[in-house]
Design a binder for this molecule. Structure first.
Ligand code: HEC
Length: 128
């Protein structure tokens, strides 16, 4: 093998290494989706508190909570804004309220912390 050939082999090995590193970066980037444990904690709190009005599956109930699947309102808010919304709710007298029924602050469960609400938001994102 000539010196030039050996050099070109070393260069190829380096290029292959760079491709591997890039591929690994891409894969780890894609794995950065929602943490399944956080989503599951949020789902449990949702079933415990929100399901009364929004249904266990989040599909909503007639004259009560709205369908939260493919929901335009939640899609339009950032995670932080959605937590703020859940902290306040939407009283029946609010002009934006369509059902004439309270969406109570923290779903009517003051035991839900802001962190719990953030987990619920992570779950709501999976319905979108
Ligand atoms: C006592 C019943 C009740 C409970 C419990 C409740 N909600 Fe609601 N929720 C409502 C009602 C009623 C509305 C719709 C108000 C309206 O007409 O604008 C609503 C609206 C919402 C909306 C806005 C949807 C939209 O399209 O405008 C979100 C998001 C939401 N609720 C999430 C939750 C979450 C999360 C919980 C649990 C922490 C929860 N709700 C608990 C009754 C409830």
């Amino acid at each position: 093998m000539s010196t030039i050939e050996r050099r070109s082999h070393r260069w190829q090995a380096a290029a292959a290494g760079a491709v591997l590193v890039l591929a690994a970066l891409l894969v780890s980037g894609c794995a950065g989706g929602p943490d399944p444990e956080v989503v599951e904690a949020g789902r449990k709190d949702f079933v415990g508190t929100c399901a009364t009005c929004h249904g266990e599956d989040g599909r909503g109930k007639p004259k009560l909570g709205k369908d939260l699947h493919d929901n335009e309102f939640t899609r339009g808010l950032s995670d932080e804004e959605l937590v703020e919304f859940l902290k306040k709710g939407r009283p029946a007298w609010d002009p934006l309220n369509e059902r004439g029924v309270d969406m109570p602050p923290r779903g009517g469960n003051p035991a839900l912390s802001d962190a719990d609400l953030a987990e619920i938001v992570a779950y709501l994102r999976t319905l979108q």
